[in-house]
Ligand binder design. Sequence first.
Ligand SMILES: Cc1cc2nc3c(=O)[nH]c(=O)nc-3n(C[C@H](O)[C@H](O)[C@H](O)COP(=O)(O)OP(=O)(O)OC[C@H]3O[C@@H](n4cnc5c(N)ncnc54)[C@H](O)[C@@H]3O)c2cc1C
Length: 197
Amino acid sequence: RVDTVETGRVVLADGRELPADAVVVGIGARPATGWLAGSGIALDPSGAVTADERLRTSLPDVYAVGDCASYPSARYGERLLVHHWDNALQGPRTVAATITGADTGPYDPVPYFWSEQFGRFVQYAGHHADADELLWRGDPAEDTWSVLWLRAGVPVALLAVGRPRDLAQGRKLIETATAVDPARAADPSVPLKAAVR
Ligand SMILES: Cc1cc2nc3c(=O)[nH]c(=O)nc-3n(C[C@H](O)[C@H](O)[C@H](O)COP(=O)(O)OP(=O)(O)OC[C@H]3O[C@@H](n4cnc5c(N)ncnc54)[C@H](O)[C@@H]3O)c2cc1C
């Protein structure tokens, strides 16, 4: 068990020290939906409730939102299971609209999360599984930098560390599928909104 991580070394809980330049921490989560067995609510092999584009389950009048539910994303062309706070906040809006008859359309937001890691403000928007180009904006050895993923020149995801303006502008480009000029988008002194092709 790790006690502390310092530059160049890791100190374990039992006091041993290991030399390390980097530590990779893998954390996973699986929906605890075993209690739904036999209910008529369809689950995928990972246990996620397979909701439709309005977050309806396979059982009439039963909806699923948040960490337990995957939904078909037309934006990304695949079913997404998003384990982020923002997804748990946005999904219920679609469900409430559907229940009350004020249909607001399919649920298909640009996924988003923020976190604070080692004193740095980390934000991510989008889904980069199908990206074909990765652009660095700034040097990851510095305190602030971003990574932008493109597909056919169009931003599909962005990770920003201490660059909330990149996140805000990049998120809009992702939402509107607006192509950018890669050379300008890779220049951290150029605002992302000014890198539009
Ligand atoms: C350590 C950690 C760090 C995270 N950090 C971030 C972050 O920095 N940014 C971010 O965006 N997201 C983060 N997340 C993810 C975020 O917390 C989740 O996406 C969000 O809480 C999901 O909300 P939810 O309502 O879908 O599920 P939950 O918040 O898990 O709520 C589900 C509730 O259902 C209850 N429950 C389960 N089974 C039953 C049952 N059978 N009967 C009754 N009640 C039941 C549970 O006890 C729980 O209270 C983090 C998660 C973890 C674990």
